[in-house]
Design a protein around this ligand. Structure first.
Ligand code: NAD
Length: 295
């Protein structure tokens, strides 16, 4: 069993850290939220009074933070962990951030003799709780092998996408597609409802037809089709609109770098920005359904 420091105990990081405790690792956690720390302490984790404490004797330091600026600041900012990590520690950043930030932090740590992989995840809050996340790892083969000793305690599928940053590129390709599917599923369901169809029946029909997709099956955006989906719980996240808008911004930046045409991704980004402007940034990303249903 390993000694693990874990930073960022939000919707995703909380249950991920819990699973590491359950697997028998010695876990020290840190978050800006006292409530999040108290919850993990109840599960058997030790709490750090200062973020640098998570480095003490750690085999792994794992972070699950909102965006690139948080990851850069934690590792490379003033009194960053770079000054406290030992060369024995493997850093695994699971946040979804821009590939440049992952490469910047990876290079800075590597110059200090510390190994780093980016390992963003897919599978949502349910996958984090169930320990069935997909991890998409960027880093050297050796560091991937090291990460692969602990990631299976939080996930089911562990992929090696390439060098540092490659995990992030694969992840934003996935999230761009996810947002397009969520928007398309929402407009199709609402058109059916407008024509008098029952959304449960329509969902069942499309699930057994060529429109089948993950959002329709496991994360249906229409309230009361799936009991456990955020749409049936007043769109409580889940995965926030603000985070999806961030990922779509990253996707557009990436597309610009390679002159890739991503018209559907650009449209999805605009729809999510519209939701932010309507004050829906903290709702679940499936609340895009309301753009079509609220008349
Ligand atoms: P969240 O906002 O629920 O959690 C982020 C946590 O980080 C919060 O608890 C916050 O207090 C903490 N934090 C922020 N700055 C900190 C600092 N300096 N030191 C310590 N703690 C700090 O977000 P989330 O939904 O858990 O998402 C985290 C990351 O995972 C994001 O990059 C997101 O894009 C990605 N992600 C989320 C989902 C999802 O379904 N929610 C799915 C896949 C990937």
């Amino acid at each position: 069993m390993a000694k693990i420091g874990f930073i960022g105990l939000g919707n995703m990081g909380g249950p991920m850290a819990c699973n590491l405790v359950k697997a028998g690792h010695t876990v020290t956690v840190f978050d800006l939220s006292d409530d999040a720390m108290a919850h993990l302490a109840e599960q058997g984790a030790s709490t750090a009074s200062d973020v640098t404490q998570v480095c003490d004797g750690a085999d792994y330091v794992i972070s699950m933070l909102p965006a690139g600026k948080h990851v850069r600041a934690i590792y490379c900012g003033e009194n960053g962990l770079i000054n406290h990590l030992s060369t024995h520690t493997l850093v695994i950043d699971c946040s979804t951030i821009d590939a440049e930030s992952a490469q910047f932090v990876g290079k800075a740590l590597s110059d200090a003799g510390v190994s780093f992989v980016d390992a963003p995840v897919s599978g949502g809050v349910a996958g984090a709780a169930a320990g069935t996340l997909t991890f998409i790892v960027g880093g050297s083969q050796n560091d991937f092998d090291g990460a692969n000793k602990v990631l299976p305690d939080m996930g089911k599928n562990i992929f090696h996408a390439g060098e540092i940053g490659a995990g992030q590129v694969a992840k934003i390709c996935n999230n761009m597609l996810l947002s397009i599917l969520m928007a398309g599923t929402s407009e199709a369901l609402q058109m059916g409802i407008d024509h008098g169809l029952d959304p449960k029946v329509l969902s069942e029909i499309m699930l057994n037809s060529s429109g089948r997709n993950w959002t329709l099956e496991l994360y249906n955006p229409c309230p009361d089709v799936l009991e456990n989906a955020p749409s049936s719980n007043d769109y409580k996240p889940g995965f926030m609109v603000d985070l999806m808008a961030k990922d779509l911004g990253l996707a557009q930046q990436a597309a610009q770098q390679t002159n890739s045409a991503t018209p559907m991704g650009a449209l999805a980004k605009n729809l999510y920005n519209l939701m932010q402007n309507q004050g829906k940034g903290s709702e679940d990303f499936s609340a895009i359904f309301k753009l079509f249903s609220e008349k």
